[in-house]
Design a protein around this ligand. Structure first.
Ligand SMILES: Nc1ncnc2c1ncn2[C@@H]1O[C@H](COP(=O)(O)OP(=O)(O)OP(=O)(O)O)[C@@H](O)[C@H]1O
Length: 567
């Protein structure tokens, strides 16, 4: 449940132009110049099938220009699927949802039925205010809006988009909607998050604004404030607005047109204004599928056990093959690529990762040195003969094998899990969809930054672990053999690693290769696991577990293959 926001308690009118915010007052007397003329949105012969259920069959509908259309429907009727489809988030032949028909921009008039010749065959630019807001938690309120402004030219296509001029700044949008400027998103109240989500959507200047269950989880008073805000926003900015909801009591009063999503008739039925009072009786619950949309054959237990494994393996192979293509740096804005790279660099190689890897280095450096000499057979005789050779072997093993394996496994498990969780939450919470509605591919601001963070971060963390292992090895040796001293240790520990006194020049390419390949693989696996469709928090947690399993397996295979080639 969202808490109602104190800034709104005195009434929705207060936010329209009161300049609330931590920045100075701005001239908010005119609507932003960049908003394109409103167009109606038309559905023609739309068919939608989700799983084995037909949600819509041969549907024609018009959402009039610069008006609010409310689509009501009971639970499971297909409102969210329809909204995601309108937002361009569902491919026509998707895995579990398929659709056919046309979604077009209609004429500019506010009449319900545009003339046929005024239908514009361009992809509409659509902004969506997500039910869970889908704000970027790692950015401030102002940065969230700035992100939309910086990518606004990327949504939609063609002629309706051209000719836009610069519009309000992020600061002006936030003042307009009464959202604090520099507060971290996580510290905003539910009401402020909702207004920020609306500000971000409008700042991208879409032709059509979609609202997904905007009053869900709100008490009646807060729900009415949100409805009022949608009405005010629509009146000021003249967007074609579509609201999907089951909360007809709160949202019907702001509607210009109402459709009922009837799951039994599989249609959008327009409800005339004089019949709006009958809507509660007209809303029927969705029924279980009769299988008419495609018979679902129950898989056998063997298929259930083997299919996910094959799917995961296939997915990993496809991802590996696709990686070079996906990494082609299509970065719409370098500034934002840098911002997200910084975010993932902190996740991968932040202070806690340093502590993690330093402790691992200390443990392996100590055990490798101390126990080698401690349990030497026939110690009294063998030690004087072997001490220098053993030190050289310890140095070699730590540098070339032990520390690289330990460090890359730890990075794969710890950092892979952290990144998979971050991307998984972005997928589940709708931030990935928010990027897509702004015309931004997640590989630009997620995959590329993640790969950069791992490919640079893994060797740095491994080097840190090795320096700790090396230091503790020297201390441990010096304490075990106080009469021999650290100079002797240094002379022999580094013997197999240096040429001409250059530090660790032998085999450094192998070490770097292992680090880079492991970093690249961990980044890719974590990204694709996180990005896989998520329908519950359980899916996010499963993707984290899979990431740990697959990345550590990948790292072990890399070390095996490199060891066979290296030695
Ligand atoms: N990705 C998917 N794959 C298969 N079926 C899906 C998918 N998403 C939704 N469905 C199915 O489509 C139907 C409509 O779901 P949708 O989430 O659109 O309902 P809704 O009207 O938004 O309901 P609610 O108000 O309860 O959220 C449901 O039967 C659901 O199981």
């Amino acid at each position: 449940m969202h808490d109602s926001d104190p800034q709104r308690t005195e009434g929705p009118e207060s936010t329209a132009s009161n300049g609330v915010g931590d920045g100075g007052p701005a001239d908010l007397s005119v609507a932003p110049a960049s908003l394109p003329e409103a167009h109606s949105l038309c559905l023609e012969k739309l068919n939608v099938v989700a799983g084995d259920r037909c949600l819509l069959r041969d549907v024609d509908a018009v959402f009039p220009a610069a008006k609010i259309t409310v689509i009501v429907g009971g639970s499971g009727a297909g409102k969210s699927v329809l909204l995601r489809l309108l937002a361009g988030l569902i491919p026509q032949n998707g895995d579990s949802i398929g659709w056919s028909g046309e979604i077009k921009l209609g004429g500019k008039s506010s009449g319900d039925k545009p003339a046929d010749d005024s239908v514009t065959p361009v992809k509409p630019s659509v902004g969506i205010v997500f039910q869970q807001f889908a704000l970027f938690d790692e950015l401030t309120a102002r940065e969230n809006v700035q992100f939309a402004i910086d990518h606004r030219h990327r949504i939609g296509s063609g002629k309706v988009q051209s000719g836009r001029k610069p519009s309000w700044t992020a600061k002006q949008w936030l003042e307009h909607l009464g959202v604090p400027q520099r507060t971290s998103v996580t510290h905003l109240s539910g009401g402020q998050k909702q207004r920020l989500a609306i500000a971000r959507t409008l700042a991208a200047s879409p032709e059509v604004v979609l609202y997904d269950e905007p009053t869900s989880g709100l008490d009646a008073a807060s729900g009415r404030l949100v409805a009022q805000l949608i009405r005010e926003t629509q009146e000021e900015h003249h967007r074609t607005s579509v609201v999907v909801t089951h909360d007809y009591e709160t949202l019907i009063p702001i509607a210009d047109k109402v459709y009922l999503l009837d799951p039994q008739a599989e249609r959008l039925v327009e409800i005339e204004k004089q019949r709006w009072a009958e809507i509660p009786q007209l809303m029927v619950p969705a029924q279980d599928s009769d299988g008419s949309a495609g018979a679902a054959v129950q898989p056998s237990w063997v298929e259930r056990a083997v299919a996910p494994m094959l799917e995961a393996t296939g997915g990993a192979i496809v991802a590996a093959l696709r990686l070079p293509l996906d990494l082609v740096p299509i970065v719409p804005r370098h500034r934002w690529a840098a911002r997200f790279t910084l975010h993932y660099a902190r996740l991968v190689a932040g202070f806690s990762a340093w502590v993690y890897l330093m402790i691992a280095g200390l443990i392996i450096g100590f055990t490798a040195t101390y126990f080698t000499f401690r349990f030497l057979p026939f110690r009294v005789y063998t030690q004087p003969l072997l001490i220098d050779e053993l030190l050289a072997s310890i140095g070699f093993a730590l540098y070339r094998v032990l520390v690289p394996i330990l460090a890359t496994i730890l990075v794969a498990a710890r950092c892979g899990a952290a990144v998979a969780a971050d991307v998984g939450v972005k997928q589940y919470g709708g931030q990935v969809d928010a990027m897509k509605t702004l015309g931004v591919s997640p590989r630009s601001y997620l995959l590329l930054p993640i790969v950069v963070a791992f490919v640079i971060g893994t060797p740095i963390l491994e080097w840190l672990a090795f320096q700790c292992a090396r230091s503790v090895s020297m201390v441990s040796f010096a304490m075990s053999f106080p009469d021999i001293g650290p100079h002797f240790w240094q002379l022999h520990f580094d013997r197999n690693l240096m040429t001409d006194g250059t530090w660790f020049s032998i085999g450094w390419k192998w070490v770097l290769l292992k680090n880079v390949v492991c970093g690249l693989g961990t980044a890719t696996i974590a990204y694709y696991q996180g990005l896989a469709p998520k329908r519950s928090a359980g899916d996010v947690s499963r993707s984290i577990t899979s990431t740990v399993l697959w990345t550590t397996l990948f790292v072990l295979v890399v070390h095996l293959v490199v060891a066979l080639s290296e030695f």
